[in-house]
Ligand binder design. Structure first.
Ligand SMILES: [Zn+2]
Length: 398
């Protein structure tokens, strides 16, 4: 197995909690476990050694980072990449005053059903490559634009070619031509049977205009019976019982969490369910942002993800999400980076990624910057200079 010594790292984010440094604005609580003048040894697909460059062992090849910063690859725990067509017209309409509603999903469903497997696969491949070039090395992909037994199963089979974290979201919206009752029967019956072999997770869009709490509970229970683990889209557009359901069921994560009552926040803090915030959605729909500060101050675990999808948020940039989290949601730069990496991994119940430590997968992002702070400090600037994914240089460094 060949080894690479990545040395000359000006600032390394490990996400291995270290001593608090209240005077260091980069990481006052120590959550990022920063190491200055650092080096990392990659051996095959994993990390073999992390520490000060002056202490580094020898390796087969040496890469000099030239004083640049290195962070763990982003873990994007929420995306909807299997679709066809785009909704740029709908976006333009929204920007000129029309509100967003869950029904816009049906536009994408028609285009997705009409696409061939090859078209869907090449489209996902293009988006995954776009994400990788921006530093995302792990991601979750949902179905949810097929909404028939055949189209949900093939959407997941396509997604499975790109990640093990695939999520069955047959319960995205009730398709035209069926009743909610009949559709829930389909989702919990034949559709689930066809989807389950290709999925790790099951998800429900629990929202007015989509599925209510009782329907979500039934769908998640059916998924669990078929070996899938639950997650939930909840409280995105309105107040409701979705977040409390996620906490009650002890789900790993509940996503959106934009409209939260006080008892939603305490339920999340008590359950340990991670609140995955998706600030690109609020940015792209001109909705108010979730109150990240209130969540974190209440002891809720917070992740951030892209929600990359053709309707409410068509960005694949985790760096943009970090910038929004810091500038619009009052997260500290350290909290935002941690939420986009280590917490994204936890939201997928993954312990092999999101952290730079011996034994973890060798997913590193080299930044064209002396510090990760530039991700929020220089919004919109492409700062990814190199990416190693599983030890392979998928974006060659300078
Ligand atoms: Zn979503």
């Amino acid at each position: 197995m060949s080894s690479i010594l990545v040395t000359g790292i000006g600032e390394l984010t490990t996400n291995v909690a270290a001593q608090a440094r209240p005077d260091d604005h980069r990481d006052p609580t120590g959550m990022l476990g920063l190491v200055d003048d650092a080096a990392v040894v990659l051996e095959g697909s994993t990390i073999a050694w992390v520490g000060r460059a002056s202490d580094a062992p020898a390796a087969d090849t040496v890469y000099d980072a030239g004083g640049r910063a290195v962070i763990p690859g982003y873990v994007d725990s929420h995306s909807h990449l299997v679709f066809s067509g785009d909704r740029a017209q709908e976006f333009a309409a929204r920007m000129t005053g029309e509100p967003y509603s869950a029904g816009g999903i049906r536009t994408t469903v028609a285009a997705t059903r009409a696409a061939t497997d090859e078209q869907l696969t090449s489209h996902v491949a293009r988006l995954v490559a776009e994400m990788r070039a921006q530093g995302t090395t792990s991601l979750e992909i949902k179905s949810g634009y097929g909404l028939s037994v055949h189209d949900e199963a093939r959407s997941l089979a396509v997604a499975r070619q790109f990640t093990e974290d695939t999520t069955f979201l047959g319960a995205h919206v009730v398709p035209a031509g069926t009743t909610p009752e009949d559709y829930v029967d389909l989702v919990t019956g034949p559709m689930l049977t066809a989807a389950a072999p290709h999925a790790r997770w099951i998800d429900v869009f629990c929202e007015e205009g989509a599925f209510d709490v009782d329907q979500a509970r039934a769908i998640l229970a059916a998924g669990t019976d078929n070996g899938l683990r639950g997650r939930l889209h909840a409280n995105q557009l309105t107040y409701g019982g979705g977040v409390k359901l996620a906490a009650e069921l002890g789900l790993v994560a509940v996503d959106h969490c934009t409209y939260l009552a006080d008892d939603d926040v305490s339920a999340l803090a008590d359950s340990g369910t991670i609140a995955t915030l998706l600030p690109g959605v609020e940015f792209s729909t001109r909705h108010p942002y979730p109150d990240a500060r209130k969540l974190i101050d209440a002891g809720v675990q917070v992740a951030i993800a892209s929600d990359c999808n053709p309707g409410s948020c068509f960005t694949s940039s985790m760096a943009l999400c970090i910038a929004l989290a810091v500038r619009e949601m009052r997260m500290s730069p350290a909290e935002a980076l941690h939420a986009a990496t280590a917490m994204g991994a936890q939201a997928l119940d993954r312990d092999d990624v999101g952290v730079i430590a011996p034994g973890k997968r060798a997913d590193l992002v080299l930044l064209e910057a002396p510090s990760y702070l530039h991700l929020a400090y220089r919004p919109g600037v492409p700062l990814v200079a190199g990416v190693w994914q599983g030890g392979r240089p998928v974006v060659p460094g300078p």
